[in-house]
Every structure is written in structure tokens, then in C-alpha cells.
Design a protein around this ligand. Structure first.
Ligand SMILES: [Zn+2]
Length: 548
């Protein structure tokens, strides 16, 4: 057993976190800090820094104060970190372990009020088992909670007090000597009229959701809750799918997910799952809640069919070829998305603010960019850079020079390369561990370790070559300037004759982002240049292309 000698530490940092939801029974940040400070006083620690994440869930370890703490750990301004319980770091045990390992590697002692820090291997195993049980316990509680909800729904309880648009919620009342009555929904006459109108617009007049939004805006009818005071297309889609209006209340028709394409790319998110996705209708749980109906079933079904038809006809669902899709941004920082008005005759990259602020006017005044022109300009630039003879000659020369320098001192060079290989292998091992701890998917793992593996393979073959070439300088078999120029010309031809799919693949690989207005496109990218002598290098580029 290798016992760790306990360091006599004095200067500590403290960390505290509480989430916004009541899921975690954790008290307030004040009670947490009081316990931590009390413990620190008893042990004669001096608190030099406080790190607090107030209102952050333990689902993710990406939190501002925790990040700061992890960064500061390397600065050696304190020798230990004290927190109330390991679960303050993260709810998942593997995440806790990851952060703790990192801190310990930086020479920082990790201390808890509720449990002692593992001192030896045996302790560590015990601690791990405890962590897993705690995690299991939480999963069990969540599951029990979910089953409880389902039972309640089936018994006819209304789980949310927020009634759907068109209804009031009447809370349950306890009248002495009378059987308990559950809370229920009652028709809100004013709103029910609007619901009838919306269904009729779609089912009878064949209106699209966007047209419904506009009509409601014109009539100054506001939704129940909305910061902007206008209906959103998603609220209306949900409304038109809600079977409560035909007297069939359901529960669990949607679930929370982390958004796939967030509108704003934020570094820190208090809640990860801010988006909702619909479950297939077979999985909805019918409840025994009696809901008075507002719409006839027949009309409800007709509206549903109309929405399906609208969707099929929608121009926006037509697949047009947008070379820069997903890469092009507006100068205001939002994404630009491909849009094809006039039945796809003219394709534009439009600032997504237009869609997001609908039906209100867009805050961003930047105009759409003609997609065909932008695609052509960017592609010309990318292809030009990839087949520039000047650039290629420069790279060949650079490569030759380094090769000459290397062959002069092959042995020293081999040691450096071997050191780098061992470093890279450590790095790969860390990713493997993180994958083992289920921090990301196998695809992500491949994405992370792929380049490392490539680099290791490249270094290994370089070592073999360097060993072979030790003492003999031979750079005569390299392409001459003329040969490089011929190659560049060939590359140019190939690049200009590529089809859309191939161009798109190259754009996705080389272009990080394009920031554009009607006047100017700024291309940010990373162009790997590979040619027949198998040298690889990279070139960071930032160019302006004037729009014609
Ligand atoms: Zn914009």
C-alpha cells in the first residue's frame, strides 16, 4: 500500500455551487459556505480565494467559477481546495474524479466537509464505490419521481399549474367533510375564441404558421407568456398539436434536450437542455384529466393534415446547394442561413435575426448576400490558395531547409521526436480515460485522437527515415521549382472541375467561418497543403475578398 504523506497545508481556496432547480437537495449557497468556513476555521486553514457557481447545474463541469479555479490551480496561489461535498464538483462521479485528478496533478489537495479525502489506494476504491452508489441513488430517485408523475397523471392529477392557452387552471381545494378534489382546467372564453380562430385559419383557409403569426400580430392578440409579446412559430406548432383541445389531455409529449444548433454560441450555460423535442405520439401518456374540449376532432385532424401539406410545400425545405452553409455568419455575429425566395430562383445567405425576430422587424439591418456570388468568390480564394505555386514553392523550400538541418544532427533530432511521441501518447491516453468515463461519444474520441495518432505515425516514420539517412544528405529527389509549378497547375485544374459535394467537403475541412456583408467577405480558415512528395504543412489564412 502506498500511503500518501499528508501535507501540512494552510492556504486554501473554497468552492461552492448550488443549482437553480430543486432537483438537488442542497440548501442555499449561504448554508453551504457557512459549513465550509466553519470546517476551515476548525482546521486552521486560511481562505485566500472563494469560487462560487450560484445557480449552476451539476450536469456539466463547464462553469465559470470552476473553470477559474482549475486555471488558478496551476498558479500556486493556494495549496488546497475545500468544498462541502464531492457532488458540488459534478453530479456524475466520473466528472468529479476527472476534476479531482487534475487538481491533484497540479499539486493541490482536495478537501471535503462531508467526507475525508482518500489517503491511500484502498480509500480511493472505497471512495469510488461510495460515489457510484450516490450516483445510483440519485438515478433511482429521479426514476421514482418520474414513475410517481406517471401514476399521478393516470389518476387524473394536473401536474403543471400552467394551463394551455385557452384554459384556466383551478387549483385543488380541500373542503372539510368532502372528498378531495383534484385541480382541473376550465375554459378561458377569451382565449378559447382565439384557439378556434387559429384552427379555422389553418384547417379551413389553409394558412401557414407564419401567416397565422402575422394575422395574430395584426389583430394585436398576444400569447400568454412571451418576452417579445408576439407568437412564435414554435408556440403555434405546439398549440396546433395539443390534443387537450379535443378533450384528450396527454403528458410527456416532449422532452428536454440540449439544442443541436444553438442560436447563440455561449461558452457557459446554466442549463444544458434548453430545447424541446417531440416524442412519437404512441409514447404520450394519456391522462385521466377531464379537459373540456374547444375544437371538434374532425377539424383538429384537418388542421394537422394541412400543416403536413404546408411543410411539404415549404420552399425552405427544398434542398438547394449552399457551399458555405453552416460556415457563413453575419457581421452582427449571428448565423447566416440559406434562403431561396422566388421559388429558389435567387439564393441568398440571410442573417438569421430575420427569422428569429419574426413577426417583429429584424434588429440587424444587414442585407442578404447572393449565395451564388459568395460561393464562387470563396471557392476561388480557397482553390487559389490550395494551388498557388508560390505557396507550394515556399513550403518545399521550408521543408528542404528543415530536412537539411535535421540530417546534420540526426541523433539529437531522434531524441526530440521520441519525446514528442511519448507526450502524444500520454495525451491520447487522457482522451481514452475521459472516453472511458463517458465524457463524450466514440465519434468525439475518434475526432480527438485521430490527429494524435496521425502525428505519432508521422513521427515514427520520420525516426525510421532519419536513422536511415543519418550521415547522408540527399535532397536531390525533391521536386524542382518547375516541377512544383506543373503540379500547382494540375491541382488548379482538378480543383476548378470538382462537383458540389467535393467542393463542399473541402470547404468544411478548410473554412472555419466566413463573416460577410454585401460589400465584403472575410474568410477564416486553415488550409492543409499536401502534395506528391508527402510533405504536410499548414497555413493560417485571413483574407479579404471584395464583393462585385
Ligand atoms: Zn445580422
Amino acid at each position: 500500500m502506498n500511503d500518501v504523506i499528508e501535507k501540512n497545508i494552510k492556504l486554501i481556496a473554497i468552492y461552492g455551487r448550488v443549482s437553480t432547480s430543486n432537483q438537488e437537495n442542497e440548501g442555499t449557497i449561504e448554508t453551504q459556505l457557512a459549513a465550509v468556513k466553519d470546517f476551515s476555521k476548525k482546521n486552521n486553514y486560511t481562505i485566500v480565494q472563494e469560487y462560487l457557481d450560484n445557480g449552476w447545474s451539476g450536469d456539466s463541469i463547464i462553469r465559470p467559477a470552476l473553470d477559474q479555479l482549475r486555471m488558478d490551480a496551476k498558479k500556486k496561489i493556494w495549496e488546497g481546495v475545500l468544498m462541502y461535498d464531492p457532488d458540488r464538483l459534478a453530479r456524475r462521479y466520473s466528472y468529479q474524479e476527472l476534476v479531482m485528478d487534475e487538481l491533484r496533478e497540479a499539486g493541490i489537495e482536495v478537501l471535503f466537509v462531508t467526507t475525508s479525502t482518500p489517503k491511500n489506494e484502498e480509500d480511493k476504491i472505497l471512495y469510488g464505490v461510495k460515489g457510484l452508489f450516490a450516483q445510483y441513488e440519485r438515478a433511482k430517485i429521479t426514476e421514482r419521481f418520474r414513475l410517481g408523475k406517471i401514476r399521478k397523471v393516470k389518476e387524473g392529477h394536473v401536474l403543471t399549474t400552467e394551463a394551455p392557452y385557452g384554459y384556466h387552471y383551478v387549483p385543488n381545494q380541500k373542503i372539510p367533510n368532502q372528498p378531495k378534489k383534484h385541480g382541473y382546467y376550465e375554459i378561458n372564453e377569451e382565449e378559447a375564441k382565439v384557439v378556434k380562430m387559429i384552427f379555422s385559419w389553418v384547417a379551413n383557409d389553409g394558412l401557414t404558421i407564419r401567416k397565422v403569426v402575422r394575422k395574430l400580430q395584426e389583430l394585436a392578440i398576444k400569447p400568454q407568456r412571451s418576452k417579445r409579446g408576439v407568437w412564435s412559430t414554435s408556440t403555434l406548432t405546439t398549440l396546433l398539436r395539443n390534443k387537450a383541445y379535443i378533450g384528450e389531455a396527454h403528458w410527456g409529449s416532449s422532452y428536454a434536450v440540449a439544442p443541436e444548433k444553438p442560436i447563440k454560441i455561449q461558452q457557459y450555460k446554466k442549463i444544458k437542455k434548453t430545447s424541446r423535442r417531440m416524442r412519437p405520439e404512441e409514447e404520450w401518456i394519456a391522462s385521466a384529466i377531464p379537459v373540456p374540449k374547444i375544437i371538434e376532432r374532425e377539424q383538429f385532424m384537418r388542421a394537422r393534415e394541412q400543416l403536413k401539406r404546408n411543410f411539404a410545400l415549404c420552399q425552405r425545405n427544398k434542398k438547394n446547394e449552399y457551399l458555405l452553409a453552416g460556415r457563413i455568419q453575419c457581421s452582427c455575429g449571428r448565423r447566416r442561413t440559406g434562403e431561396g425566395p422566388m421559388h429558389g430562383k435567387h439564393l441568398y445567405y440571410r442573417c438569421s435575426d430575420r427569422v428569429l425576430s419574426f413577426p417583429l422587424p429584424s434588429a440587424c439591418k444587414e442585407k442578404g448576400i447572393n449565395a451564388r456570388i459568395a460561393d464562387r468568390l470563396v471557392w476561388q480564394k480557397v482553390a487559389g490558395l490550395m494551388s498557388s505555386p508560390e505557396l507550394l514553392v515556399k513550403q518545399v523550400e521550408r521543408w528542404m531547409n528543415t530536412k537539411r538541418a535535421k540530417t546534420k544532427s540526426p541523433f539529437a533530432d531522434i531524441t526530440i521526436m521520441e519525446k514528442e511521441i511519448s507526450k502524444l501518447k500520454d495525451q491520447e491516453e487522457r482522451y481514452n480515460k475521459a472516453y472511458g468515463a463517458a465524457l463524450f461519444t466514440i465519434e468525439k474520441l475518434k475526432e480527438y485522437t485521430g490527429p494524435i495518432k496521425e502525428r505519432v505515425a508521422a513521427l515514427e516514420s520520420q525516426i525510421i527515415k532519419a536513422k536511415q539517412e543519418a550521415g547522408r544528405i540527399n535532397v536531390d529527389d525533391l521536386p524542382t521549382k518547375t516541377e512544383t509549378k506543373i503540379f500547382a497547375r494540375e491541382a488548379q485544374k482538378t480543383l476548378y472541375n470538382l462537383n458540389f459535394e467535393a467542393r463542399r467537403a473541402i470547404v468544411l475541412n478548410t473554412v472555419e467561418k466566413v463573416v460577410g456583408t454585401q460589400q465584403q467577405l472575410q474568410v477564416y480558415g486553415y488550409i492543409p497543403v499536401t502534395n506528391h512528395v508527402k510533405f504536410k504543412t499548414s497555413y493560417r489564412n485571413h483574407r479579404f475578398t471584395q464583393c462585385r
